[in-house]
Design a protein around this ligand. Sequence first.
Ligand SMILES: *[C@@H]1O[C@H](CO)[C@@H](O)[C@H](O)[C@H]1NC(C)=O
Ligand SMILES: *[C@@H]1O[C@H](CO)[C@@H](O)[C@H](O)[C@H]1NC(C)=O
Ligand SMILES: *[C@@H]1O[C@H](CO)[C@@H](O)[C@H](O)[C@H]1NC(C)=O
Length: 165
Amino acid sequence: MDENALTVCKLFVVGILVTTLMTSGLSATDNVKLEEPARARVDQCNETALLAEMEKCADQFRSDMTLIDPQNWCNITHFIGEYNLFSACTETKAVHTGCYWPNPLVESYIIRVHRHFFSNCTMERVVPVDPPDDTLTVLIAVPVFLTLVMIALVVWRSKRSDVLA
Ligand SMILES: *[C@@H]1O[C@H](CO)[C@@H](O)[C@H](O)[C@H]1NC(C)=O
Ligand SMILES: *[C@@H]1O[C@H](CO)[C@@H](O)[C@H](O)[C@H]1NC(C)=O
Ligand SMILES: *[C@@H]1O[C@H](CO)[C@@H](O)[C@H](O)[C@H]1NC(C)=O
């Protein structure tokens, strides 16, 4: 069961990362594709109003989460419904205040909420148990080793062409 909790938490963290990456990718393409309309919409974005609305979404999420046993806060099956409501709330409110969704303000807000509720899932439960040191070492060592090999190759090739030239 601990294994499952671990996996779920890890998936969750990965999900957050992927979402962040995807959304930053998406906003990048948005800026490229929709130059004029994007400017118009961003100018209309009322950040004061957006922040106030985010606060309301977070308050709602907080009160929803109090209905869930804190022991289950790391179990995504228990809070996915509430989480979806929160996510939908941020989206609706962002659009309502003339802002894009997602946008950096909303993202930083969501990250704050994540930290509040799920920091213990990653820090206290995941880290001490997993990953095993060996796996971690390999994961770190491989890219470092490859980088060193690439540098060595480049140096070797440039020396070789010096000699040949
Ligand atoms: C999460 O909650 C569900 C429903 O109560 C339960 O079946 C499942 O075993 C729990 N998972 C973990 C990892 O605790
Ligand atoms: C932004 O929203 C706030 C709060 O709703 C409002 O007081 C303010 O007038 C709005 N600003 C603009 C530029 O619309
Ligand atoms: C996380 O753990 C700390 C220390 O055990 C505790 O004070 C805090 O309330 C916990 N936070 C959550 C969201 O469970």
